[in-house]
Unconditional design. Structure first.
Length: 441
């Protein structure tokens, strides 16, 4: 019995000893596993870090490579190219345009062969070529040649590295953006050259970008001009127009140009497009903001400001704010009354549109007032016998005919109200208002 107990105690002690040994061995294994796991994680982290570094170095190398491909270092201008260029200048001074262009053409070929067209002399040569196409009587009507010559100049400027190298190239140019602007303005009155005008403004935007002025008020103005030109297409696409207007608006904000008169024109034009897209509330809000911009910068004696007020009058009356519309219409007329040197058919155009809108709304006194203003404006500008002048006269006579058909009591009420609405008016001028996109009422 005692032996059995002793054996049992030894068994228990043995089991305890075995358990301790097992715990020690398990602890050793756990420690070894922990070290192994830590080493494995360290290896994975190191491998990941190496991969990231290698990728970054690869991306940097690709960027450097693409930068080098994009910004090529031009070679030296060959002497033969210089001689041909001087020969072209010699012919140009003697009005030998074709001979000058031939010499310039061969000089350009030599520059291209020597990869030196992006040098200062190469850019000066391209500027001379664009000047001939722009000014020579035989070539200035060939707008495709003019556009191609400027596009070639843009390509060269965009391949030159920013900094001193590009500044040296720009020093060879007068102001290509202004040159393109003048060409675009010369085309805007021709309906047959509408697509050419649009392309001219688009090239002007590209030139603005190539000369480092894309984020300027000038760049925003050119984007606005592209939108206006597109809006004059027979088949207008308001979504495409709005695309350019949105880009222009963003550029004005980045250039801190929201206090310029061009920004006021843009805001008004955005309102017109919003109206075409069915957003009448957005239209009126834009018109109000455009007038506010012109008033904030003090341009309250201009034809464009008067045009904005006429549009605002139409917008307010369309929204049921008749008194607000009459107030804006009176303020627009007052601009011309206070500035008798302003002579513009724009007044007749807008006044006639307001009259039509009022007549459709059965506001006969308001229609008569507006048509009287339109006819007077046509008379003072000498355009009474034009199609628009005759239309204004017909609208005025038609409104008087409608008045005479009313009962006598209503006639007296309309005439009394017309006397209240009338103000002395002296119209008319030209230019700025040509860029307001008309609402087409």
């Amino acid at each position: 019995m005692v032996k059995q107990r002793a054996h049992a105690v030894q068994s228990v002690n043995g089991c305890g000893s075995n358990a301790k040994d097992t715990q020690r061995s398990q602890g050793a294994v756990s420690a070894a596993c922990g070290k192994s796991l830590w080493r494995e994680r360290w290896r994975q982290s190191a491998a990941l870090l190496c991969t990231v570094l290698a990728s970054a170095m690869g991306i940097y190398a690709l960027r450097q490579s693409s930068r080098q491909q994009r910004y090529r270092q031009p070679g030296p201008a060959p002497e033969s190219a210089k001689m041909l260029w001087r020969l072209g200048l010699w012919h140009e001074k003697r009005d030998q345009v074709d001979s000058a262009l031939t010499a310039y053409h061969w000089a350009k070929q030599v520059h291209q062969h020597a990869d030196s067209l992006a040098s200062p002399l190469g850019v000066a040569l391209l500027a001379d070529i664009t000047r001939i196409f722009r000014t020579a009587e035989r070539h200035k009507s060939n707008h495709d040649e003019v556009i191609r010559s400027y596009e070639e100049l843009i390509d060269v400027l965009e391949t030159s590295a920013p900094g001193e190298a590009r500044d040296e190239l720009l020093a060879q140019l007068a102001d290509p953006v202004e040159e393109l602007k003048r060409l675009g303005m010369a085309l805007q009155s021709s309906d047959t050259e509408r697509e050419t005008e649009i392309r001219m403004w688009q090239v002007a935007v590209e030139m603005c970008r190539a000369t480092g002025r894309a984020e300027s008020i000038k760049g925003a103005e050119l984007l606005t001009r592209v939108g206006v030109a597109i809006s004059r297409r027979p088949s207008e696409d308001p979504h495409l127009v709005m695309k350019y207007y949105t880009q222009a608006k963003d550029t004005f904000y980045r250039a801190n140009g929201t206090k310029s008169h061009w920004y006021g024109i843009l805001v008004h034009n955005i309102g017109v497009v919003l109206s075409q897209l069915g957003d009448k509330d957005g239209e009126l809000k834009s018109f109000e903001e455009a007038v506010s911009i012109y008033e904030s910068i003090g341009m309250v004696n201009s034809e464009t400001y008067a045009g904005l007020l006429y549009e605002l009058a139409s917008g307010r009356e369309e929204h049921g704010n008749l008194e607000g519309g009459r107030e804006a219409f009176w303020k627009a007329n007052d601009v011309f009354d206070r500035n008798v040197k302003l002579r513009s058919n724009l007044r007749a155009f807008y006044a006639n549109n307001v009259g039509l809108q009022r007549r459709d709304r059965q506001d006969l006194a308001g229609a008569l007032q507006a048509f009287e203003v339109a006819v007077r404006a046509h008379r003072l500008s000498g355009s009474l016998q034009t199609t628009n002048g005759k239309a204004a006269q017909w609208n005025l006579e038609d409104s008087w005919q409608r008045l005479r058909q009313l009962p006598e009591v209503e006639q007296r009420m309309v005439q009394r109200r017309l006397e209240i609405l009338r103000r002395p008016s002296e119209p008319v001028s030209s230019e700025e208002g040509a860029y307001l996109q008309h609402a087409g009422r």
